[in-house]
Write a protein that binds this ligand. Structure first.
Ligand SMILES: [Zn+2]
Length: 157
């Protein structure tokens, strides 16, 4: 109660806002996590694999990232600011480069990477949840098939 009042009187500073944007437990990641949980999907939050995905299905090696439209340079929502333009374009380029490196590292370990823009999570949450659910289902079906085939191989030899 007291906190809320204070917030109203003293809005967040610029750096506090930035910290919130960067924070793991705010905004679109939380929205997606809650929706997946409601859909019966059970995931790990920020597991210790390359890139610390926002969430992951460790058993079937599916990593999910929610990319901020500002930080990752979404085509629809990122407008290069007029001031400090080169700082921003370099920062976005670095973030994208890092994204590719993380994808390569996860791919090398046999992971599938799913990336969504925050505007997709906010604007079309049901579709994002459906895609993740389908990827997990597909991966589990593959896993079961490989397991069965391995079992057959063992029996026939
Ligand atoms: Zn966007």
């Amino acid at each position: 109660m007291q906190r809320k009042k204070i917030r109203k009187l003293y809005p967040l500073t610029k750096s506090e806002q930035m910290a919130r944007v960067r924070g793991a437990d705010t905004g679109p990641e939380m929205v997606l996590r809650r929706a997946l949980w409601r859909a019966g999907l059970r995931y790990r939050v920020r597991p210790s694999v390359p890139g610390r995905p926002d969430l992951a299905f460790v058993g079937c090696k599916i990593a999910v990232f929610v990319d901020g439209c500002l930080w990752h340079g979404c085509q629809d929502h990122y407008k290069p600011p007029v001031t400090k333009a080169s700082f921003w374009s370099e920062k976005i380029a670095r973030n994208r480069q890092h994204d590719r490196e993380v994808e390569n590292a996860l791919g090398a370990l046999g992971w599938t990477v799913l990336r969504y823009w925050e505007h997709e999570v906010e604007g079309d949450l049901a579709t994002v949840v459906d895609r993740i659910r389908a990827a997990v289902a597909r991966s589990r079906a593959d896993g079961a098939r490989i397991f069965r085939e391995a079992g057959r191989k063992v029996r026939s030899s």
